[in-house]
Each structure stands twice: as C-alpha cells, then as structure tokens.
Design a binder for this molecule. Structure first.
Ligand SMILES: C[S@@+](CC[C@H](N)C(=O)[O-])C[C@H]1O[C@@H](n2cnc3c(N)ncnc32)[C@H](O)[C@@H]1O
Length: 244
C-alpha cells in the first residue's frame, strides 16, 4: 500500500487550513479504495501518491477554500457534483464536510456503482448517487432549483457547465466551476449567456498548485433569478452546441 504524503505545510500555506489527523487518515483510506476500484472500472489516471494528493485531494478542496478558510461551514448545505467521474471533487469535500449532503451525479452508471463501493468501504454516509445525465436530473422537480452549491470539474466548455449547473441551484445558490487556464474571451462569452440562465458571474479566483505549479481558476457563479424551464436543453445539446 502506497502512503499519501501529508504535506501539512502546503495545506496550510495554500489553503489556510490544516487537515486533522482523522481527515488525513480518511484521505489515505479514500486513496486506497479509489485505487482498488480503479482495477475494475476506469475511475482515474491519477494514481501516484503525490499526484493523487495534488490533483485530486488538494485541487478538489481548494475550490471550496473560501469555506475552508473561514472554518468548516456550520450550514448543512445541499451540494451536487456534476460529472463526478472518479468522485472528484465530491468525495474529498464529503469527507471534510460531513454535515453537507453531497449528490454525486454522472452519466456513466458503472462509475457510480464503483463509487458506492468506495463509500461503503469508508463509511461515507453523506453522499447519494445520481446515475443520469445532468440535462435529465435538472428537469426533475425533486432536483430542479434545489441545491445550494454545485461543483463541476472537467465536464466540458464553461458555457456547457453553466447550463448544467444553474437550473439545479436554488436562488442565491452558487456553482464553482473548476477550470485550468482562463481567458478574457471565455469570461466574455460566459458573462454574455449567464442572464439567460438566471445567473451572474460572482468571482474568478486564481490558484497555483503547490507541487507542480499548475494553473487553476475557480469560476464562481451565483443564481440570481429563476432559470427558464427550457434549460438545460435536450441531452447532448449543451455540449454539442454550447450557448453563445
Ligand atoms: C473528464 S471526467 C471528470 C471527472 C471528475 N469531475 C474529475 O474532475 O476528475 C467527466 C465526467 O463527466 C461525466 N459527464 C459528462 N457530461 C455529463 C452530463 N451531461 N451529465 C452527467 N455526467 C456527465 C462523464 O461521464 C465523466 O465521468
């Protein structure tokens, strides 16, 4: 079994937060369980201890660093991780915020079946599973406009992500879009379509990963008006023809 580095100083200096011993242990268990599941289903190509620490654990948690820096939020947030894949960013966030209810949503059912096993192994109880497309889930009354926070990492063009996320958020809810590079053109294109979805751009935060100095941007959207019923469009359309 490979041991994850703890990198206490790097958590502290880049996220202003130091995981407890218990959280460190749960990260190790998560690493072991995801790698075990990865033998059956392709969940992630990021498998070395250092890469897993930086590109999955640190990166997943830096997106919610605002909340981390203020101390774990006492609010019981309802969160959806759209296109969770191997469970990122949702699973590290579920471990650190056990009082948040996190729905892991992904169109690939077998990935979610594997993640259910991971969660059973770790005893993660604050997670639910939505093996469907975001375009379908967002039209179901039980899910539409019902989440406080949406997380989306590596799920396609930014305007596609906005069309998936905003219909799922309640008024005042926020989406954190985990991006790598970020350009003025992308920002202008996003800002132009957000009013149609009832959203606004609240913030773009820039980060550098602490080991390999990779570029990260978190694009934070806020739901300011109800999203018209026609969004998201039919399955496949938001990715094939992003709003422009
Ligand atoms: C590149 S993976 C990213 C996984 C994870 N978020 C990460 O950053 O490691 C993209 C995932 O999004 C899922 N996905 C893409 N479009 C989707 C949609 N419209 N609805 C639900 N899941 C979707 C895919 O099945 C895939 O597992």
């Amino acid at each position: 079994m490979d041991m994850l580095p703890s990198y206490g100083d790097r958590w502290q200096s880049t996220l202003y937060w130091q995981p407890s011993d218990r959280q460190q242990q749960s990260f190790q268990l998560l690493y072991d369980a995801v790698l075990a599941a990865n033998q059956q289903v392709n969940l992630t190509r990021i498998t070395t201890p250092e890469d897993f620490w930086e590109k999955h654990l640190w990166d997943s948690l830096q997106g919610v660093a605002l909340w981390l820096s203020e101390g774990a939020s006492a609010d019981a947030l309802k969160v959806v991780d759209v296109g969770t894949g191997g469970g990122f960013p949702g699973l590290p966030v579920a471990l650190v915020f056990p009082h948040w209810a996190i729905a892991l949503l992904d169109a690939t059912r077998k990935k979610l079946v594997a993640l259910e096993t991971v969660c059973e192994t770790l005893g993660i109880a604050n997670v639910s599973f939505l093996p469907q497309r975001a375009e379908q889930v967002a039209h179901q009354p039980i899910h539409r406009e019902s989440y406080d926070l949406a997380l989306l990492r590596a799920v396609g063009p930014v305007n596609t992500c906005a069309e998936y996320a905003l219909p799922l958020l309640n008024l005042g809810g926020q989406a954190i879009l985990y991006r790598g590079q970020w350009s003025a053109e992308e920002e202008a294109g996003l800002t132009a379509i957000l009013p149609r979805l009832g959203g606004k751009l609240s913030e773009v935060r820039s980060q550098t990963t602490p080991i390999t100095q990779g570029v990260r941007h978190n694009v934070v959207l806020t739901k300011v008006e109800r999203t018209p019923d026609k969004f998201p469009r039919l399955p496949g359309i938001p990715s094939k023809t992003p709003l422009a």
